[in-house]
Write a protein that binds this ligand. Structure first.
Ligand code: C5P
Length: 261
């Protein structure tokens, strides 16, 4: 199996703030709670929590509901990935990451294109925020090239010398240098990232589509089994689960597919 990672996840019990870590050699599913409001998000998370240990709060839900959402999801006994993709000057991102770490989240994103100085400031601020909160430092993962972007989309913005993979590897290298825990990339680049930066450098892959599933706006997509084979540690899955007629059944089918890898 190429690039298999050292997969792990953290589940917070939610009771008396205790945290419990469980390890697995299968990639962990993170369901993106890309729904209209907090009530819908909590219903969805509540229906999945026995199967799915991790939920992603993105800009849509966070903007609509605010930080209170984080604690409500954690009370279900799940981990929270705050996907606000910070990209600003170093001092501003450091302040945002410190505040986010203080919310008790388990993972967050920032754009690698913000530069090494910005990412370094974020890594330091995450530690400070976690110390202030008295909890664990969240995992910091850098967004490389969005899975909704193709090489043509990139070239329409700026000249791109090599392939998307070359650019992703370069950005992943800068993230590692800055002290991030890993990156967000497509399955197409996951094995190459593991090979170059090692098993412990986390790869989070969105753009997951069960065979025959609709792509939507995603361009660089792969099935859950392909993602596992490539060594992804965490699979971020939105529409294939949240738009399914039965989200728990859709999640169970994906878990079954992963069991067979
Ligand atoms: O519905 P779908 O499975 O395409 O959702 C993917 C989720 O992953 C979305 O919430 C999107 O914001 C997020 N994401 C992504 N590409 C990245 C980083 C995050 O699609 N590079």
């Amino acid at each position: 199996m190429t690039g298999r990672g050292g997969c792990h996840y953290i589940i917070s019990s939610g009771r008396k703030g205790r945290q419990m870590e469980t390890r697995t050699d299968k990639p962990v599913i993170i369901v993106a709670l890309d729904v209209e409001d907090g009530a819908a998000a909590l219903d969805l998370a509540g229906s999945l929590v026995g199967k799915v240990p991790f939920f992603k709060v993105g800009s849509r839900l966070f903007t609509a509901e605010g930080p209170g959402m984080i604690g409500r999801i954690k009370k279900l006994g799940a981990s929270v990935f705050l996907d606000l993709k910070y990209h600003d000057i170093p001092a501003t991102v450091a302040g945002s990451v410190r505040a986010a770490a203080g919310l008790g989240i388990d993972m967050l994103t920032l754009h690698t294109m913000g530069g090494v100085e910005m990412m370094r400031a974020a890594a330091g601020a995450a530690l400070e925020g976690a110390e202030m909160f008295g909890g664990r430092r969240p995992l910091l993962v850098g967004v490389t090239v969005l899975t909704s972007m193709s090489r043509e989309d990139l070239s329409a913005i700026a000249p791109v010398g090599g392939s998307v993979r070359d650019l992703v590897l370069k950005l992943a290298g800068r993230a590692r240098e800055a002290g991030l825990d890993g990156v967000v990339a497509s399955v197409e680049e996951a094995a190459a990232i593991k090979e170059r930066f090692g098993r412990d450098f986390i790869v989070v892959t969105p753009g997951i589509r069960p065979a025959g599933g609709e792509k939507g706006d995603q361009k660089r997509v792969a099935t859950p089994a392909q993602a596992a084979e490539a060594g992804s540690d965490y699979l971020v899955i939105g529409r294939p689960i949240i738009k399914a007629s039965s989200p728990p059944e859709a999640a169970a089918a994906i878990l079954k597919e992963l069991e067979q890898v």
